[in-house]
Write a protein that binds this ligand. Sequence first.
Ligand code: NAD
Ligand code: MG
Length: 398
Amino acid sequence: MIRHITVLGSTGSIGQSTLDVVRRHPDRYRVFALSAARSVDTMLSDIAEFAPRYVVMADAAAAAGLTAQLAAGCQTEVLTGADALAMIASHKDVDQVMAAIVGAAGLLPTLAAAQAGKRVLLANKESLVMAGPLFMQAVRQGGAELLPIDSEHNAIFQSLPEAYDGDFAAHGIDKILLTASGGPFRGWSAEQLADVTPAQAVAHPNWSMGQKISVDSASLMNKGLELIEACFLFNCQPEQVQVVVHPQSVIHSMVQYCDGSVIAQLGQPDMRTPIAYGMAWPGRIEAGVESLDLFSLATLNFEAPDEQTFPCLGLAKQAFSAGGTMPSVLNAANEVAVDAFLKEQIPFTCIPRLIARVMEKHTPQTVTSLDAVLAADQWARDTAAELLTTSDMTEMPG
Ligand code: NAD
Ligand code: MG
């Protein structure tokens, strides 16, 4: 049976990898809709290849520009706006939704897909960090299938018992071992980090990814967001998740059981593996990924994370423990900080400082509604922006 898929964030790194898997299986998958912020050229060539029924551009000018350039007779309808985004994520003719918009902008359409009971292929970890309890509730109530695409969480999903229902003890699970590459600055001192450039930060040693997640990987915030993601997805506490730095990124994460067994998933650092797994689950399909050559790998290394030099991981643990709106505040402050770093307005080491200052000013509220999450997100963005203009970031306590 043909599965119809909507790809949110289709022009990005995950979006393009998803389309590559679709391209390999024309007999199994058809693109229902594509969406992006403003990349008109990539969208034009993807429309020509995949002939989606709808395309949603977040940027209205990009939507107009795209419409003007569509080939004569093209059947694709170009839309813009939040309602259109939610519509393509929840349309009755859609089976699967790849949630690969970067950042908080992904929350509403991803939630719409969950509420509509779709198979949600979740790459957009920020939406789960922001609204974890609401999101998991929407999945249950909507009868959605939530398939983690983040490579670590996909590996954990593959390493958990098939019947796992959120109860560690009942399934003899001790711990999740969440692997981290350590990023481009693994082993560096705080002094060395003081004057790194955006170009250095986005040059990830193993993975080719969008800019924001690359900076998050360099600061270890990516691992912090992933720790929160794991706690919500698998119903556990931060103490039950051990971060393990593994520079080769061959083991994508593990589950440790009470009998001494550790189950791992290994593979190339290529996101098409978890994407294809999510799309075909419980089956498996070819993903265009080379098989692993263990003889050429020879060695695998493991070390503990340096939480002193990379405080973002600890901030994320704090945010999850504080609960309520605090993870949303952590995420929003991080988005502002990363953007300022990429624009060379603040040094790399000020990313955790700015986030810590915003978190200190926040009293977490219980997350009872989406409005509470969105209000906390906006408050954190405003507070971070104000701190950026009013304080000397280099003076902030580290
Ligand atoms: P990217 O920057 O390459 O792509 C982002 C996509 O989102 C683009 O298509 C862009 O047009 C779209 N977009 C950006 N802002 C938008 C907005 N306001 N409204 C609508 N669309 C918007 O990012 P990426 O690396 O593909 O990452 C996407 C998501 O997947 C992130 O949440 C990231 O954390 C997660 N993820 C990525 C990887 C990876 O290997 N790249 C791995 C795990 C998880
Ligand atoms: Mg990951």
